[in-house]
Design a protein around this ligand. Structure first.
Ligand SMILES: [Zn+2]
Length: 385
């Protein structure tokens, strides 16, 4: 069988330049339209059983945020990065990866005819549908389709709890950036915990709060293998001040629903290409920040690191957050608008420096555990929101 690259499937993204032999496979990352970011890849390599393969991404030097990091104390996306590979798209493992002279090269001796590679373990639309269907087996859960995206995907909101106006409204949005699949893995873990009748934390949470969960804010980008943009070619996490049905219906419709429910707690879940640890952003820089928002954020951090030490306080964004918050970003916008505890969750594409997993690095399983653990942290602050 000839050696070939295949990308004709959901979320796939790469450009094959040439294959001379297994040890010389030349590839290019695709950019998001229009002039958008370059980071995500997901593809299949065929005809390589028993062969030593060497794959080189030639345009990695222009990857997302690489150039702007050169002068800074931030490692860039490929320092200590290892590519993810899988034979079955279920079990993902890390492979030797090198970034040198602008070339990203990974090597594998393939055990099978077919092997997949990705920036991080993908989260498929099939799995997304299973997640929704499974949630709806619970009497506490209901589904609202807020509207349609540019490409006719449903913008789905799971409501869990009574919706009684006396309860707190806790909003969780994930995957505004479609390549950050760990965000939806996180949400899967959170939903599994929340819908577990035998989980005392969840029963207590649902007696006092209603959860509004958007497991995938950007289904168009997820489907078509984009790094950050939606079907309207914009970065949704820069749309929160002026969302529109033309460019960002996902944000526009979620905000409309938030106005009806009010927001007492907000968590926006992401992945970070550069930093080798989990970190959180609080609503600490917004103009209307209150002492209560600050103390609730610190308490949330303390409880989360106790329940799941993959998160550890002290690992922050280098240099700290900018003093003037970008209100176009969801967590700042919601913190300012609703004067509530509003949290940005960032998980690594790489691994956690203080808690390494040699085989998997950061993984779907760890994302799910962190999502589940976040319920305990929400529970700890709920009465003082
Ligand atoms: Zn993001």
């Amino acid at each position: 069988m000839a050696i070939t690259i295949s990308t004709n499937f959901e979320s796939a993204s790469i450009r094959c330049l040439s294959i001379k032999e297994p040890g010389e496979i030349q590839l290019e990352l695709r950019d998001d339209p229009i002039g958008g970011e370059r980071y995500w890849y997901y593809f299949r390599l065929l005809g390589v059983r028993g062969k030593e393969c060497r794959l080189t991404i030639n345009n990695a030097a222009d990857a997302f945020r690489l150039a702007e990091r050169e002068e800074l104390d931030i490692p860039g996306p490929y320092v200590d990065y290892r590519a993810c590979a899988s034979y079955d798209r279920v079990n993902w493992f890390r492979i030797p990866t090198e970034f040198k002279d602008g070339l990203l090269t990974f090597t594998i001796k393939s055990e099978r005819d077919s092997v997949y590679f990705a920036s991080f373990a993908p989260y498929s639309h099939e799995r997304h549908m299973n997640l929704i269907d499974h949630a709806l087996t619970s009497k506490a859960a209901s589904l609202e389709v807020l509207g349609k995206t540019h490409r006719d995907n449903d913008i789905e909101l799971l409501k869990i709890g009574s919706g009684d106006p006396e309860t707190r409204s806790c909003w969780i949005c994930a995957r505004q950036h479609p390549s950050e699949t760990m965000a939806e893995w996180f949400t899967e873990g959170l939903l599994e915990g929340l819908l577990d009748n035998n989980n005392a934390i969840s029963r207590s949470l649902l007696s006092k709060a209603t959860f509004y969960v958007v497991p995938c804010m950007n289904p168009d980008g997820a489907w078509s293998g984009r790094t950050r943009r939606n079907g309207g070619d914009v970065d949704l996490n820069r749309e929160w001040v002026t969302p529109s049905m033309e460019k960002s219906p996902e944000v526009f419709l979620v905000q409309q629903r938030m106005q009806e429910t009010n927001v007492d707690f907000f968590m926006d879940v992401h992945g970070d290409e550069e930093l080798p640890y989990v970190f959180l952003g609080g609503p600490l820089e917004v103009p209307s920040v209150t002492k209560k928002m600050e103390s609730n954020f610190r308490h949330f951090q303390d409880v989360l690191q106790t329940v799941n030490p993959d998160y550890r306080r002290g690992y922050e964004y280098p240099g700290g957050p900018p003093p003037n918050p970008d209100l176009r970003m969801a967590w700042n916008y919601i913190g300012e608008t609703y004067r509530c505890l509003s949290i940005l969750v960032e998980q690594p594409f790489k691994d956690c420096t203080h808690a390494k997993d040699i085989t998997q690095g950061w993984s779907p399983e760890r994302s799910k555990e962190l999502g589940n653990a976040s319920l305990t942290a929400i529970h700890a602050v709920l009465d003082s929101l």
